[in-house]
Each structure stands twice: as C-alpha cells, then as structure tokens.
Design a protein around this ligand. Structure first.
Ligand SMILES: [Zn+2]
Length: 260
C-alpha cells in the first residue's frame, strides 16, 4: 500500500465511504449483503473477501473498520468524517490499531502477533471507545489481513483455532487466491466475491469525479480509460489523477497525454 500515501491522490479522496457509494452497488450482491449486515450489526465472525486486485476489497474492509470506530453513526452507518472514521481511513499504518481497526499484511505475520491481537481484543477494552450516540450493543472490532493467501499454513491453522473464541472481533481475510486459503477457514467463514464494475459503471464514476475536479473529460474518453484498466476503478482514477496533476485544460489533451 506504499503507493497510496498521498491523501490528495484522487484514488484516496474518492475511496467509497459507504457501500452505496460503490459505482456497482446496485449490481453487486456482495456489496448489498455487506451493507445490510453492517446496518444490522450482524457481521459474521470470519469474512473472506475474494476477488482480483482493485475490486474494492480493501475499501470494504476499511469501511467496516470505520463503522466499528465511528463516533456519530448516521442511520447506523459510518459518518466518514469524525476522528474515528478518519483515523481508520487516512492512516496507512499496518500492524497497529487504527481506532478499532487493525490492518495486517499476510506476508509478514507471526504467530505471536496473532496471539497478541487476540489477547488485546478479548481480555481488555478495545483500544478505542467511540464517544457519540451509539446503540447499546457490542460492535465488533475489525482485524483485516491483506494478501491472506500468503499467510503461512501454521498461522492459518492458528487463526482457525482462535476464530471460535474471538467473540469481540470480526476477522476479514482479503485474497486474490482463494485456493490458497485453508479449507477449514473457508468452511468456517463466509466468502464474499468481489468483481470489477462494468466499463460503463466505471466510466460513469470517472465522469462524476472529473466534473467535481474540473477535469475536461468526455464520455468517450471516460469509457476509453475504463477499458484500458478492464474497469478497475482505482487504476482508472489513477489516470484521472495524472490528468489533474498535468493540468490539462481541453479534452484533446487527454489522449495526447495518456495514449501510446
Ligand atoms: Zn465517523
């Protein structure tokens, strides 16, 4: 995630802060279900987010972290603006608590770290107590493991043991290779499939952002950019970011700059 540290970057600025802000929300069973489960405080204990790179898995896990940390839920949704939400969304730290969200990279987890997170969340107060008006019910902390398929088999086994006892936490495993995830974890967890939006949906999103940022982008160019990235929103927004940083002022410059 080292390429995303600039908060002015359009990819960061336009990261969805609600599931309904995904441009493919209406067409995605996964996003609709997560939205309802979040609203009803009915998240499974173990969630497995499966899908290609740039399909919105990281955004979804951050969003659930914001929900867990938000100080002023609006209709039981994260506000996206308070201290708790911002801490989750804008801090890039891995391997430490960001309010009630803990992000890990599967490539370098050791068993002690897993045990320590378990101990922290199950035996003493969660690290962050949202202050605002919230229903009087237990909201789980969120522990998210990126590149979960790179986690050593013995760590996956350890997770399987702990997940049964991990009552105050929902664990999210993010993966592009479901076949490398322990069968026991898959059986125990709930798998959510993430997919790229259609080219038209991505193009519509680009046009929205372009208008807000005063970037001269035609419908045809928006679709062309989306096509270059197979509909991946993050990469397409990266192109838009390039156009913005180069200060283009007319539609003709778009392909002059981005074309080969
Ligand atoms: Zn908030």
């Amino acid at each position: 995630m080292t390429d995303m540290t600039n908060n002015n970057d359009l990819r960061m600025a336009y990261r969805p802060k609600l599931f309904t802000e995904y441009c493919n929300f209406e067409n995605s069973k996964t996003l609709r279900i997560l939205n309802r489960q979040m609203q009803r405080n009915a998240l499974p204990r173990l969630l497995i987010f499966d899908g290609d790179y740039s399909t919105g898995k990281t955004s979804a896990s951050l969003l659930l972290g914001m929900w867990s940390s938000c100080e002023q839920w609006i209709d039981r949704m994260p506000c996206g603006q308070c201290g708790g939400c911002n801490f989750v969304l804008n801090s890039q730290h891995q391997g430490t608590w960001r309010a009630n969200y803990y992000g890990l990279d599967g490539t370098d987890i050791d068993a002690n770290e897993i045990d320590e997170i378990f101990r922290q969340t199950n035996h003493y107060m969660p690290p962050y107590q949202p202050r605002g008006k919230r229903p009087d019910e237990l909201i789980p902390n969120i522990v998210s493991i990126d590149e979960a398929h790179r986690t050593q088999p013995k760590i996956q086994e350890r997770l399987l043991t702990l997940v049964e006892r991990w009552t105050k936490t929902s664990i999210i495993l993010l993966t592009t290779k479901l076949d490398k995830i322990d069968d026991g974890l898959i059986a125990r967890g709930t798998t959510y499939r993430f997919q790229h939006p259609s080219l038209q949906q991505t193009a519509a999103r680009l046009l929205c952002v372009a208008e807000a940022e005063s970037i001269p982008l035609t419908e045809a160019d928006a679709l062309w950019i989306a096509e270059q990235h197979d509909g991946a929103v993050r990469e397409s927004l990266g192109d838009l970011d390039t156009l913005k940083s180069c200060g283009i002022t007319s539609p003709e410059e778009v392909r002059q700059l981005l074309g080969d």
